[in-house]
Design a binder for this molecule. Structure first.
Ligand code: UD1
Length: 345
C-alpha cells in the first residue's frame, strides 16, 4: 500500500494532530499550508512527538500555478486529507466573500490537480454545522441538511456538493466527508495544541486564556436557551480521538473498503455538554475559579446539537477514548506550556 499522504492545512489545529497519528501509523506525510492561521514551529512539535519531521511546502491552495508545480514535484501521493480552510463563524458573517473565495477556490484547485495527477481519494474536513439546528437529536448522517447558519457553514455544504458532483462526473473516485462536532483539547505531550492567532473565537481556548490571565473575562453567550441550565449544548470531542478517525478513514480509502463513493461520518462523542458544564469541568481540573459573565446570545449559534455516533462507531470501528475531564486538562496543560517553556510560539 502506497502510504504517501498529502495533508492540506497540516500545521493547523486538527491537521497537526492528524499528522502525528498518521506518522505514528507509518504513513509518509507531506503538508501544504500557507501558515495564515498556524506557525511553522508546529513542525518541531510533530517531530518531537513522532521522531519524524513531515515534508512541508508553504503554498496557498488558491494559487493553482503553485499547486501545479507542487504536484509535478511530488509524485506518488496516494490520498489527500483536506483541512485547509477558514473556520471562524462570526468572521464569515462579516466577510462572506473572504470565506467563499478561500474555502471554495482552494478546494476546486485541489480537485482539479488531483484529477490531472490521477489521485483518486480525498478525506474532507466537514462540520456538524451542515445540519443547522436539527429538529431531532442526536443527529445522524441521515439527518437533513438545513439552511446554513453562516457563510462558513455554507462553504462546508457547498464543498460537499462540489466533491459529490466531481465524483459523479468520474473525475474523482472516492470521498469520505468527516463531519466534526466540537474538537477540543491538545496532544497529551502538550507539544502541539490549538494555537489561535489573536482573540480566540472558540470556547475552550477563550477559557484557558482567561484562566492564565491573557483575557479578563469569559463571556458566556446566553443562558436563556431551552436547555437544562439555559446555555448552549455541544458535543465536545478530543482532538486526538478525532485525528485517529482520519487515519482509519485513509486506510479505508486505500484498502478500497468504502461502501459508497461518497461517504459521510459524524465524528463526535454522542454526549451533549453545556457551556456551563464545560466551565465547571475546567474549574475542577484546573482547581481555580474562572472569571465569567453571562452576556447576549451570539449571532449564528445553534441552541443544541450532539452526534449520533452509531454509524461511525460500527462502520469505522472507531470510538472516542479520552474523557472530557482529561481533554480539558490537556487544553489547560497546553496553555500553561505555551506561556512558559514554549515561548517560541
Ligand atoms: C462552530 C461551528 C463548528 C465549527 C467551529 C469552528 C456551528 C454550529 N458550529 O462551533 O461547525 O467547526 O465553529 O470554529 O456553527 N461560547 C461562549 N463564549 C465564547 C465562545 C463560545 O459562550 O467566548 C459558546 C458558544 O455560544 C457555543 C459554545 O460556546 O455555545 C461553543 O462555541 P465555539 O467553541 O465557538 O464552537 P461552535 O460555535 O459550536
Amino acid at each position: 500500500m502506497n502510504k504517501k499522504i498529502l495533508v492540506t492545512g497540516g500545521t493547523g489545529y486538527i491537521g497537526s494532530h492528524t499528522v502525528v497519528e498518521l506518522q505514528n501509523k507509518g504513513f509518509d506525510v507531506i503538508i501544504i499550508d500557507n501558515l495564515s492561521n498556524s506557525k511553522i514551529e508546529v513542525l518541531d512539535g510533530i517531530e518531537k512527538i513522532t521522531g519524524k519531521r513531515p515534508e512541508f511546502e508553504c503554498i496557498d491552495l488558491c494559487d493553482e500555478s503553485q499547486l501545479s508545480l507542487f504536484f509535478k514535484k511530488h509524485s506518488g501521493i496516494s490520498s489527500v486529507i483536506h483541512f485547509a480552510a477558514y473556520k471562524a463563524v462570526g468572521e464569515s458573517v462579516q466577510d462572506p466573500l473572504k470565506y467563499y473565495s478561500n474555502n471554495l477556490i482552494s478546494l476546486i484547485n485541489l480537485l482539479n490537480q488531483m484529477k490531472i495527477h490521477a489521485i483518486k481519494g480525498i478525506i474532507f474536513s466537514s462540520s456538524c454545522t451542515v445540519y443547522g439546528q436539527p429538529d431531532k437529536l442526536p443527529v445522524s448522517e441521515n439527518s437533513p441538511i438545513q439552511l446554513a447558519n453562516s457563510p462558513y457553514g455554507n462553504t462546508k455544504q457547498i464543498s460537499e456538493e462540489i466533491i459529490r458532483d466531481t465524483i459523479t462526473a468520474k473525475q474523482l473516485e472516492n470521498c469520505i466527508s468527516l463531519r466534526y462536532f466540537n474538537p477540543i483539547g491538545a496532544h497529551s505531550s502538550a507539544l502541539i495544541g490549538e494555537l489561535p492567532l489573536g482573540v480566540p473565537n472558540n470556547l475552550v481556548p477563550f477559557i484557558t486564556q482567561t484562566a492564565i490571565g491573557i483575557r479578563d473575562q469569559l463571556m458566556v453567550f446566553g443562558n436563556e436557551y431551552n436547555t437544562p441550565d439555559g446555555t448552549c449544548i455541544r458535543d465536545y470531542i478530543n482532538v486526538t480521538d478525532l485525528a485517529k478517525a482520519h487515519v482509519i478513514a485513509v486506510e479505508r480509502l486505500l484498502k478500497k473498503i468504502t461502501k459508497k463513493n461518497f461517504e459521510v461520518f459524524n465524528l463526535g462523542t454522542g454526549t451533549g455538554v453545556s457551556v456551563m458544564e464545560i466551565i465547571k469541568t475546567f474549574e475542577k481540573v484546573s482547581q481555580q475559579s474562572l472569571n465569567y459573565k453571562i452576556v447576549q446570545r451570539r449571532e449564528g449559534d445553534v441552541e443544541q446539537i450532539w452526534a449520533d455516533t452509531c454509524y461511525a462507531n460500527k462502520e469505522l470501528g472507531w470510538i472516542t477514548e479520552i474523557s472530557l475531564k482529561d481533554t480539558i486538562l490537556s487544553s489547560w496543560k497546553w496553555e500553561q506550556c505555551l506561556r512558559t517553556k514554549h515561548t517560541r510560539f
